[in-house]
Write a protein that binds this ligand. Sequence first.
Ligand code: 5GP
Length: 208
Amino acid sequence: MTKRGIITVISAPSGCGKNTLIEEASKYSKNLAYVTSATTREIRVGEAEGVNYFYKTEEEFERLIEMGEILEWDSFCNCKYGTLKSQITEKIESGKDLMLDLTISGALAVKEAFPDDTVTVFLLPPSIDELKKRLMLRGRESVEQIEERVKFAVCKEIPQVYKFENVIINDNIEKACSELLAIIDAERVKYKRNKDILDELGLKGENI
Ligand code: 5GP
């Protein structure tokens, strides 16, 4: 019997290194399938339709919501982002693991929709000064926007860390990556995911 895949949802304030962490962890996760969200934000240089996102107009996005095709959606920097149901269900049922980078409300909504399949991870910066420094180095936002992002992180995002099952401090990418992989490995050996283990081994017992 094919085992269902694991959905790992990662949330973090902007600048904590979510993308780098996911890229790094993907190198070691052979069973990973990519999930493409829908967004109303503009396509960036180097991005491609259907790879980074499905780029939608406001009207198209609204229509997806009305049609019930969006599992969860949230606003970030005045743009909408949403997880497509079709991208999740088929993949986990076919045994593929998924790693999703979502806003906090998105992560919690996926956990609620797939409680037994999802493991939630919050990524923290080693300090607020370091977060500021990383945002500056990234060079994508103005000084005012960086101040806004940091304020949002301190007042709105970081205080919600307790809603997550796991927390990783990203002070070193190799260490953060091995912690993330350990979380996924620990999830994989949970009894709830291995209820047919005795049958597989030809042993007797109750499958509770
Ligand atoms: P970016 O515009 O940099 O690609 O993404 C901005 C933020 O949107 C990301 O940090 C990510 O957490 C969030 N995001 C991307 N896709 C989704 C989605 O499908 N749902 C939710 N809730 N958040 C998303």
